[in-house]
Design a protein around this ligand. Structure first.
Ligand code: UDP
Length: 332
């Protein structure tokens, strides 16, 4: 899949959790990657993993603003644009809801304009959050969703819905060739330990001396996809010749309750920390599971990494990260 030396892939949000894995994979396939990131939620260690690798270049910038010259002056060489630029963890995207909304709408618009100018294929990473608190289960792409435009999640889920609408309009107007992935819960190395999402929270709590926090009674469900599977799906979607005017779900259909997830992490880490219940956040979806028939049929994609294998890798990675952090604190 390697391109000729002159071609370039832009990854907006390339220093983030999924973005850093995608960038590493693209570089390993021989591509050149221009990573545009505002470092809002990215870890500096993710950037250190990437910097110095052949073909990698970092540009600091926020897609809410007009794109930096260091990006626009490369437009003639850019053949693919991945948009992964947005905080995705509920506490983080709710911390500055105005910025989250603008990132999705104005930021996506800036990247679509670049795609049009560069004649580059554009991939939007949308989200299972467009289904809101779903009344249809599992969620197929033709389900229109049940979101709340008045609640605290709206900046993200309504922002992504608007980003999808704009992206499909660009395709309808023949202004850009587009792909839209709806990503379900994803986990793995390179997540931020303080990210606030359930997998990182529970593992980091289990590996330190903090109680394990279950929001609500823990009966709400999610389906967790290991990050290497997700990245594989994104690249397949980008490179496929499918009609890009339909979104594609990418996620692992294995559904489990948050309580079951906590039990697995407790068993895997051997922690004796207490399990404590905290209030369920407002508008927290009760159930979530992707129907991935479309991804299977169109892309030949389905997840390969089992939950136990993925959690074991993630626990091992966090154990190392937390040990490094502890050493740094002790040395201060
Ligand atoms: N959750 C939890 N404990 C935590 C963090 C999250 O029980 O420490 C719950 C949260 O309320 C939700 C689920 O785990 O029901 C997944 O939350 P996450 O923030 O990872 O992502 P979401 O799918 O809600 O966007």
């Amino acid at each position: 899949m390697a391109r000729s030396d002159g071609e370039l892939i832009l990854v907006a949000g390339g220093a983030g959790f999924i973005g850093s894995h995608l960038t590493l994979r693209l570089l390993s396939e021989g591509h050149q990657v221009l990573c545009l990131d505002n470092l809002q939620t990215a870890r500096s260690s993710n950037l250190r993993l990437l910097e110095g690798r052949p073909g990698f270049r970092f540009v600091e910038g926020d897609i809410v603003n007009p794109l930096p010259t260091a990006v626009t002056e490369q437009a003639h060489r850019i053949t693919r644009i991945y948009n992964l630029a947005c905080a995705a963890s509920p506490p983080q995207y709710q911390a500055d809801p105005e910025h989250t909304m603008l990132t999705n709408v104005v930021g996506t618009h800036h990247l679509l304009r670049l795609a049009e100018q560069a004649r580059a294929r554009f991939l939007l990473t949308s989200t299972s959050e467009v289904y809101g608190d779903p009344e249809v289960h599992p969620q197929r792409e033709d389900y229109r969703g049940s979101t709340s435009c008045t609640g605290p999640r709206a900046c993200y889920d309504e922002g992504k819905r608007a980003a999808e609408a704009l992206t499909f309009d660009y395709a309808r107007m023949n202004r850009a060739e587009v792909r839209v992935a709806r990503i379900f819960n994803t986990y793995g190395p390179n997540m931020h330990p303080d990210d606030g999402r359930v997998v990182s929270n529970l593992i980091c709590q289990a590996l330190s001396d903090r109680p394990i926090t279950i929001y609500g009674d823990g009966s709400q469900t999610r389906s967790f996809c290991y990050v290497s599977d997700l990245v594989d799906g994104l690249i397949r979607l980008m490179e496929s010749d499918i009609d890009g005017t339909e979104p594609v779900n990418l996620g692992n259909p294995l559904e489990l309750t948050v309580g079951d997830l906590a039990d697995r992490i407790v068993a895997m880490t051997g922690t004796r920390n207490a399990l404590v219940h905290r209030p369920l956040p407002q508008d927290d979806p009760r159930r979530r599971r992707p129907d991935i028939t479309r991804a299977r049929d169109l892309l030949g994609w389905s997840p390969r990494v089992s939950l136990d294998e993925g959690l074991a890798k993630t626990c091992a990675w966090f154990a190392e990260e937390l040990a490094v952090e502890r050493e740094a604190v002790a040395a201060e």
